[in-house]
Design a protein around this ligand. Structure first.
Ligand code: UT7
Length: 328
């Protein structure tokens, strides 16, 4: 069995920042005060009109490769998660990146599980190292332009989302404690209607659906699901790996809403939210990119030490949920 470690991280957030106050000027039914007290969000980054998932993913990937000290031609594989691909869906974002990075030796595929895409992809990538002849670095990218999939007149959804990309480079870890020790991957397809994006090929008329490409969200149902999901993921990963809360350096939750994290923390018996790493205030919900963006922020901010035990917990459309137990 091979251990793997994250050798490098990278991220990219678009230059343009849209504050709650700016949103409130456009949407009469909301205010900075409402958004902040109900979500913990103050601002979000919004991609420029010509910025795509691949363009943002490219910068995040280049930064991760540089951080890892690895060149693109050394990569054996590129895995991308995105709910907002450049095309619908081909050519794949992973293939665009393979070309633009010059990763001539890498295979490439997109594997999406909505906001859980990065969580799922860490486990999928790790499993390739069970093949004794596969030792090359794997690039995992999560990149999302969610602001193009929301109705900017709907005060209930558009306030939550932002754009951005995160990336990590995985390598086999022959020595030291680092590893993706355990992963939990779950889905509850019966709740799929709570986060719905029409505009697919479901029927001959689907492409012209009146709500095509506009996220429809049952916020309260997702909110309740999310709290239980974080609690279940953290509890299960701790139990399965004989961890106490004192063993865990940080919990990295999907950054969707501060109140979800706060409520999950209460259920986990945490006195405050210090155990969680939270950046939702300035980044908002960037779907599957949210967790690698956090990892990069923590890594570059000197907040991660070799051997730190980290729990990742996420949830999202599908509905999917899950998490990883990493030793940094
Ligand atoms: O990656 C997963 C993505 N999705 C999520 O994580 C969503 C999870 N859900 C949530 O974060 C919360 O449900 C929201 C923040 C979206 C909404 O908060 P809520 O407390 O569940 O509000 P609600 O939808 O139950 O609406 C309650 C009231 C309504 O007013 P009335 O009908 O009672 O008069 C809404 O119109 O709050 C109103 N409201 C707002 N008011 C001002 C909802 N959104 C807003 C808003 N500004 N942005």
């Amino acid at each position: 069995m091979t251990r793997v470690r994250i050798a490098g991280t990278g991220s990219y957030l678009p230059e343009r920042i849209v504050t709650n106050d700016e949103l409130a000027q456009r949407l009469t039914k909301t205010s900075d005060e409402w958004i902040y007290t109900h979500t913990g969000i103050k601002a979000r980054h919004v991609a420029a009109p010509d910025e795509s998932a691949s363009a943002m993913g490219l910068v995040a990937a280049q930064r991760a490769l540089e951080n890892a000290g690895i060149t693109a031609d050394e990569l054996g594989m590129i895995i991308v998660s995105t709910a907002t691909p450049d095309y619908a869906p081909t050519p794949l974002v992973s293939c665009i990146l393979q070309d633009e990075l010059g990763a001539t030796n890498a295979s490439a595929f997109d594997m999406s599980a909505a906001c859980c895409g990065f969580i799922y992809n860490l486990e999928i990538a790790k499993n390739f190292y069970y093949k004794p002849d596969f030792r090359k670095p794997i690039l995992i990218v999560a990149t999302e332009v969610m602001t193009r999939k929301v109705d900017w007149n709907d005060h209930k959804t558009c306030i939550l989302f932002g754009d951005g990309a995160g990336a990590v480079v995985l390598v086999p870890s022959e020595e030291g404690p680092s590893d993706i020790v355990d992963t939990m991957m779950r889905a509850d397809g019966a709740c799929g209607k709570y986060l719905l994006l029409e505009g697919g090929c479901r029927s001959a008329d689907s492409l012209n659906h009146p709500q095509a490409h506009i996220l429809q969200m049952a916020g309260t149902q997702v909110f309740t699901f999310a709290i239980k999901a974080i609690e279940e993921v953290v509890t299960t990963l701790m139990e399965r790996n004989n961890l106490t809360m004192d063993d865990v350096a940080r919990i990295i939750p999907h950054q969707a809403n501060y109140r979800i994290i706060q409520s999950a923390g209460k259920r986990l018996g945490l006195e405050n939210e210090d155990k969680f790493y939270i950046n939702v205030e300035t980044v908002a919900n960037t779907a599957s990119a949210s967790i690698p963006i956090v990892l990069d922020e923590m890594n570059r901010g000197g907040q991660l030490k070799r051997g730190d035990k980290l729990l990742i917990a996420g949830f999202g459309a599908g509905l999917t949920y899950g998490g990883n137990y990493l030793i940094w």
